[in-house]
Structures are given as C-alpha cells and as structure tokens.
Write a protein that binds this ligand. Structure first.
Ligand code: DI6
Ligand code: FE
Length: 408
C-alpha cells in the first residue's frame, strides 16, 4: 500500500476542468486507487509507504491514443530531399513515402522491430505516458500485419505500460495488389482481419479513408466486418479532403475519428450523437505544414470530447513526445490548457474504450504521473522541458532518472 501526500491532484473527474483537489492524498492498494480526496478526509493507513509529493501536481498517467509505433527504416532522407526541392510525387516515384516504410518493415525481423519500438515507447513513458495505442499498417499482408501487432503486444510484456492494438491493414494498397484496392479490401475482410482477431491481436480496427487512401464504400466494408467480429472501430478521417468519413465512422459508433482538419458540422453532429471522440493530431498538422485547422469551435459547440495524440509515424509525424502535443494543440488549435490535459487523459481513455484509466478515481488503475509543477496549466505552457518526477503503472512507482550522468 502506498500513500501519496502533499499533492495537488488533477483528477479529471469533472465535466470540464481538471477536477483539481488541492492538498490531496491518494491511497494505492493492489494496483488500484483506493482513496482520492482532501488530506483531512483520508483514512488512516498505518502500514502504507508514504510518498511526499512536495506540493507537486499529480495527474492520471498520460494516454497516447493514436500512434504507429512499430516500423523500421527511416524517412529522414526524404525529408532532406523535400527541403532540397524534390516534390512528393518524385519521392513517391522513387519508391519513397509510405511504400518505403512498408518495404523496410517487411524486411525487418520481429526482434529488430521490437528493439526499435521499445526505444520509442520508453521515450513516451519517460514523459509521463502509461497507455499507448499502437496501429499496424506497415505490413499490409497477413504475416507482416501479424508481426507488427505481435511486437506491439510484446511491448506490454517488456515494459510497465498498457498497450492497445489497432489493426490498420486498410492503410495503403500493398504492391501485390497493384492498385486493386477492392481486391485488397476483400483480402482484409476475408483473411487478415478475422485471422488476427481470432489470434487475440486486435483491440480495434482502423482505416485510412482518404482520396489517397480508401473510399468511404471500401471503409464501410471494413467496418461491417469489424462489427461482425464485435470489434470497435476508429477512423483516419478528413485529414486532407472531406470524405464524410467522420459521419460514416460515427454511424458505426466508432470510438474515435482522428485528424479531422476538413471536418464539417454534419460530421461533428454525428460524432456528438454517437459518442465518437475527436482525436486531434497537431504533430502531423505541424510537420505537413497544414493550414486548415480542425473545427475546435464546432466540436466545443456540440460537446464532442476532444483527445490529443502524437500520431507517431515516420512519414507525417516523427515525434515521440506527448506533452509537446499539448503545447501545439494550444498554440495551433487554440485549445485551453484544461482541454489539452483532458485530451491526453480522460478523453484519450474514451477514444480507446478504456473505462478504468485516464482519471484519478477510486477503483481505477493506479496509473499516475507526479510532476515537478504546481499548476496544471504548466504542462501545456512549457515545451521542450520534462517536468516528470515519478510515474506509477498499475500501482508500481518508477522514478524518472533525472541526472543520468551522475554516478550510480
Ligand atoms: N495518415 C498519416 O498522416 C499517416 N498515415 C495516415 O493514415 C502517414 C503515414 C506515412 O506516411 O508513413
Ligand atoms: Fe495516423
């Protein structure tokens, strides 16, 4: 049993703000939160280990609800080529872009992919993350999608972190199908999806519904197959063009629709009606030099919960830093610090269908982050610094090594 005292707890349990309790005590027992409240209300725990929070801020462990963490190869070269004047088209014709990541990921062994993904996951965790969603989508055939999702599951075996897997086989058309998108969709729904779902590798199903991805009709086929297997869905929607993907996803009670720069009010309303979370990805917005912002005002007006994630991937968002996304969501999208923190806690949990994480509440998992900050707004305000002090996963504390150069 542990007792964290002398903290300001951002419980995230109210409807809008931080659900802040100043001068709070949190009691952890058997990996769960047994008590959270004002210190003077806390029951006696004579045998508990006492942790002095020094007046710091305690939040739920952060949740990165949209990543593509398992891949091999590098696209730094392409980035450099673009800055030297090469067009996207030219790079794609030379086998670059997403195709190059598919090739490198297929060629990599599971061990190699695991080594790469472990480092990325650890980087996220070192900045307060306790849950990571990991998508496939760089394998694009049964064997390689399985390899990616198996590696994702192994992350949770090797690190103190909660992993949620998402099958994104409908990310791009693999070379074997040679522009036959319908044929590949059939392969997904007849073979890849049911096989991997049966192997327990799939927590949710996603697709890239876009002019350069799959059409709404093709996306809907994937949704139908997922529903038949009882799997929740998510969607990459309205990133570059408005395909009305968010509405389609909401009509299938999607957990989330993600990106959403081109989302219209009809889509927002459908999301509100179906409890679909809007996952905003400021890293991709920034890296692609997008200028069209997601409709945050409309999402607010219709009370659609907003989440924020890294979209960590080698093509459009090579970032492994979730707190930085809060700063970008505030600066680029004008989200408030309260909305930003909700976006990586309570609303990110909702985007993953996690009911016992993302808040500090009795009965929930003791996934907690203690920060060297007193004010919750500091997590959104600062960037390029790391104020994390201690991270708890399932009630086990991990101190951040703040001075790796000091003698051990
Ligand atoms: N949207 C994106 O921005 C990424 N995937 C997606 O569906 C891009 C992935 C890549 O370029 O590797
Ligand atoms: Fe993505």
């Amino acid at each position: 049993m542990q007792r964290i005292e002398n903290i300001n707890a951002a419980t995230m349990t109210d409807d809008k703000g931080y659900g802040l309790i100043q001068g709070a005590t949190v009691i952890i027992n058997k990996g769960k939160i047994e008590f959270v409240g004002a210190a003077f209300d806390a029951p006696a725990t004579p045998t508990a280990e006492v942790i002095d929070g020094n007046g710091g801020l305690l939040t739920p462990g952060l949740i990165d609800c949209h990543t593509h963490l398992v891949w091999a190869g590098s696209r730094a070269n392409e980035f450099a080529q673009r800055l030297h004047g090469a067009s996207y088209q030219e790079i794609a014709e030379q086998g670059g872009g997403i195709k190059s990541t598919v090739k490198a990921t297929r060629e990599a062994s599971a061990e190699e992919l695991l080594t790469l993904a472990l480092e990325r996951a650890e980087t996220l965790m070192s900045q307060g993350v306790t849950t990571i969603e990991v998508k496939s989508g760089y394998g694009l055939d049964l064997e390689n999608e399985r390899k990616q999702l198996t590696v994702a599951r192994q992350l949770a075996e090797q690190l103190p972190v909660n992993i949620k897997t998402t099958l994104l086989a409908a990310h791009a058309i693999p070379p074997e199908f040679n522009e036959n998108a319908d044929g590949y969709i059939e392969e997904i729904i007849q073979n890849i999806l049911p096989t991997l779902a049966n192997e327990g590798l799939v927590d949710a199903v996603d697709a890239f519904c876009e002019s350069i991805g799959f059409s709404p009709a093709q996306t809907e086929k994937v949704f139908k197959a997922a529903k038949e297997l009882g799997l929740p869905i998510k969607l990459h929607a309205e990133q570059i063009t408005n395909q009305k993907g968010a509405k389609l996803a909401a009509d299938y009670q999607a957990l989330s629709a993600d990106h959403l720069e081109q989302l219209d009010e009809e889509g927002v309303k459908a999301m509100a009606e179906n409890g679909t979370v809007a996952v905003l990805l400021p890293g991709a917005f920034y890296f692609l030099r997008d200028t069209q912002k997601p409709p945050v005002e409309l999402l607010r007006k219709h009370s659609v919960p907003m989440a924020i994630a890294t979209d960590a991937n080698p093509g459009s968002s090579p970032i492994h830093n979730l707190p930085l996304m809060l700063q970008m969501a505030a600066t680029f999208f004008h989200m408030t610090p309260e909305e930003c923190l909700r976006g990586v806690t309570v609303n990110a949990a909702k985007a993953l269908g996690e009911t016992k994480r993302g808040v500090i509440a009795e009965g929930c998992y003791a996934d907690l982050a203690l920060w060297n900050s007193k004010d919750a707004a500091e997590l959104t305000y600062q960037f390029g610094v790391n104020p994390l002090k201690t991270l708890w996963f399932n009630g086990v504390a991990h101190d951040r090594v703040s001075k790796p150069w000091s003698a051990r």
